[in-house]
Design a protein around this ligand. Structure first.
Ligand SMILES: [Zn+2]
Length: 471
């Protein structure tokens, strides 16, 4: 408290008078009281008081708040009840010896219920004494003391981005450090909403910046609630840089055009797109992956992530994965630890496996010759999930590999070079060792048998009408 000037805050609040209904019995008492008052007037007040005064008891003070020895921050409440046999004549509240009685009319009251608030920001941190005193018409006095503590820390919240300038199609790590408990955090960045996970003393969100997000400056807003349910909003500015993706013009010959741009196919593509969206928007709270991801197959990268193709037919699309090409039958392995969410044949993507790595991170493997896993199966990093092929709309044997972060596509190769994690450095190290053991065992294991897949199991009931994310 030393060095801080003491100021007594003005209490805000209200005084409640206990309400009573006047019934028949009560009316009778009032009539009797009126007669007694008339008698008192007749004999003279002093004489009446001398003969009939039976109130020798002091007022009873019951303090409900603050609680003895409790710590407070923000707004605190001072509440209680004073009761007496006769009329109350005096009611005072003192904070650290200085009067801070709220304005009130005592009138001819025998019971007083009080409740007012104090803004503790105007008090120094540390110990404080509150005294409530009352006296009745007979001069009987009472006092209640309570010691409480103020521990006010201004809410300090720091919002940081790693990196401060992010390339299109890459990962942004948003960190929020706060000195207080925060709840229901949600971030928003260019049409993308993202959740946060508790990490040590703060919160983290690993966000995929869409390849289609135009370069420029963007506001990143984070909303949260504090322990008092007060909303908190933080804003930061993020620079998105050009990802340097190649633009290709593709001339499509008439027979090919028919194959790729068949209207019946467009509808099936849409159903397939929605099916994928319905899976990759699910949220598993546990982080299953650890360390860097592994490229899922040996081979040559024939098409990098992000290439923007404009077709002679007028349409355009972006390559949202990485193509690794090799001979048909080359094993395709889980890029990291996860759970199989889908293992079936789709029209465009062919035989497909989707692996959920937790916390909104998914990997997708397409155009397989055969799948070797089933939905629900837990996979170690490196476990064979299928064999390379050219099923679906593919021109040759390759695996089209995608990584999705909260459904948005990012460059998968970045995940093979960088480690993104919600864990602390120590926890991550342990988890990486564990995943590495599984990885080595998976690489040494005998290849599994290919499984029969059913094709085109698209049930409209499973679909969600979510058209965002068509990167
Ligand atoms: Zn591809």
């Amino acid at each position: 408290m030393a060095g801080k000037s003491k100021s007594i805050p003005t209490p805000r609040g209200e005084i409640y008078i206990p309400r009573r209904r006047l019934g028949g019995g009560r009316l009778a008492i009032i009539v009797v009281a009126a007669l007694a008052a008339a008698a008192a007037a007749f004999f003279g007040l002093a004489a009446w008081a001398g003969i009939f005064d039976k109130d020798k008891a002091a007022p009873r003070i019951t303090l409900e708040a603050p609680a003895e020895g409790a710590k407070y921050e923000g707004v605190m409440e001072i509440a209680g009840v004073v009761a007496d046999e006769s009329e109350l004549k005096e009611f005072t509240v003192a904070l650290d010896g200085a009067d801070c009685t709220p304005e009130l009319e005592l009138g001819k009251r025998r019971n007083l219920k009080f409740r007012f608030t104090l803004e503790t920001a105007r008090l120094a941190d540390g110990r404080h004494e509150l005294a409530v005193a009352a006296a009745d018409a007979r001069g009987n006095r009472a006092r209640a003391d309570v010691t409480f503590y103020v521990e006010n820390h201004p809410t300090l919240v720091e919002l940081t981005f790693e990196p401060g300038r992010v390339d299109q199609g890459r990962v942004l790590v948003v960190k929020l450090n706060a000195n207080k408990k925060l709840y229901d955090l949600e971030g928003e960045f260019w049409e993308q909403k993202f959740p946060f996970y508790k990490t040590g003393e703060g919160f983290t969100s690993i966000v995929g910046v869409r390849a289609s997000c135009p370069p420029g400056e963007y506001a990143v807003a984070v909303t949260a609630y504090d322990a008092y349910d007060e909303p908190l909003e933080l804003k930061g500015t993020l620079t998105v840089r050009d990802g340097g993706y190649v633009e290709e013009k593709v001339i499509i010959a008439a027979p090919e055009k028919k194959k790729i741009f068949d209207p019946a196919l467009e509808e099936k593509k849409m159903l397939e797109y929605r099916k994928i969206q319905s899976i990759i928007t699910r949220r598993r709270d546990e982080q299953l992956w650890a360390g860097a991801f592994a490229t899922p197959a040996e081979g040559r990268i024939t098409s990098p992530f992000g290439t923007y193709r404009t077709y002679s037919t007028g349409s355009s699309e972006r390559h949202i994965g990485v193509d690794v090409a090799n001979e048909e039958g080359t094993p395709v392995r889980a890029a990291n630890r996860g759970v199989v969410m889908l293992a079936e044949e789709l029209i465009v993507r062919g035989k497909t496996v989707i692996v959920d790595h937790g916390r909104g991170v998914f990997s997708i493997y397409n155009h397989l010759a055969a799948v070797a896993v089933e939905p629900g199966q837990e996979l170690e990093k490196g476990e064979i999930l299928g064999y390379m092929g050219s099923s679906g709309l593919a021109t040759g044997s390759h695996v089209h590999w995608e990584i999705r972060v909260f459904k948005w596509v990012v460059d998968p190769l970045e995940w093979t070079k960088m480690v993104y994690t919600y864990r602390s450095a120590e926890e991550e190290e342990k988890a990486e060792e564990d995943v590495e053991r599984g990885y080595q065992a998976a690489l040494a294991a005998a290849p599994p048998e290919p499984k029969e897949t059913e094709g085109g199991r698209l049930k409209p009931g499973e679909l969600i009408p979510d058209m965002e994310g068509a990167d």
